[in-house]
Design a binder for this molecule. Structure first.
Ligand code: B12
Length: 213
């Protein structure tokens, strides 16, 4: 198990190098990449989020922590991908329009890769038309949408609704996630699956394609 306090301290300092060192040290100690995510990086970032919510720290600090966290992800990415099986399908992923949060989305994309999917990441603030274009171009098996704001959740709903109306989801399953998103909301907007975190998101994606172990 990773030492969450080390991750938290490094993230709070916005010290990318330190975060990377924490990850490398844990890997050397034999802690698995998924465990490092779930017991180090993610809870560390959650603590940063709690302090932001309590107005003890402000957006610049959170941004610095987010950048430092990306450093940790970059070290983990190849390891997570390595542990995955052969390609099981294609996924288009993006954070919906009006929303610039991408930490959870990137993490989810990484777990999809780790689970053996080929991932096309369209970044943040993605309007419905771009998702439509992405589906036409890449012909994915799954469309994955992320939303971190209550306002952009409505955009998520519109995106799924519009793509369905245009027949673009006839052969594409949808999975949604992000801190405010729930199974209930996913059902309400007609998404095929919900992932409460990156790891279960990857599991749900495999289930959608019937390739879960
Ligand atoms: C970091 C952060 C930022 C950073 C984002 C940096 C970046 N590159 O992403 C910055 C500083 C830019 C930012 C800006 C803003 N933020 Co902000 N931010 C956060 C914070 C602290 C952490 C989010 C995060 O990265 N968490 C860590 C990741 C790993 O968790 P996660 O995103 O939930 O993802 C996990 C799961 O949800 C899931 N998941 C995520 N996506 C998907 C997708 C799929 C398909 C699946 C299966 C799973 C999945 O897997 C992930 C890993 O397990 C949250 C508070 C919080 N604790 O959530 C506020 C928060 C989301 N922000 C908030 C707000 C209000 C804003 C601003 C409007 C602030 C402002 N006044 O300007 C702006 C909005 C900018 C915009 N238009 O998007 C509010 C949202 C409130 C609401 N209900 O709408 C929050 C909740 C803080 C709060 N309580 O006030 N923010």
């Amino acid at each position: 198990m990773a030492n969450v306090q080390d991750y938290y301290d490094a993230l709070m300092e916005g010290n990318r190098q330190k975060v990377e060192t924490c990850v490398q040290t844990d890997l050397k100690e034999g802690i698995s990449p998924v465990e490092i995510l779930n017991t180090g990086l993610i809870p560390g970032m959650e603590k940063v989020g709690q302090r932001f919510r309590a107005a003890e720290i402000y957006i610049p600090e959170v941004l610095m922590a987010a950048r430092a966290m990306h450093g940790g992800f970059e070290v983990l990415r190849p390891k997570l991908v390595e542990t995955g099986a052969k390609p099981v399908g294609k996924i288009v992923i993006g954070t919906v329009k009006g929303d610039l949060h991408d930490i959870g989305k990137n993490l989810t994309a990484m777990m999809f890769e780790g689970a053996g999917f080929q991932v096309f990441d369209f970044g943040v603030d993605v309007p419905t038309e771009r998702f439509a274009e992405a589906i036409r171009t890449h012909k994915p098996h799954i469309l994955a949408l992320s939303s971190l704001l209550t306002t952009s959740m409505l955009e998520m709903k519109d995106t799924i609704h519009t793509l369905k109306e245009n027949g673009l989801l006839a052969n594409v399953k949808t999975i949604v996630g992000g801190a405010p998103v729930t199974q209930e909301f996913a059902d309400e907007i007609g998404a095929d699956a919900f992932g409460g975190d990156a790891v279960s998101g990857a599991e749900r994606a495999k289930e959608l394609l019937g390739v879960a172990e």
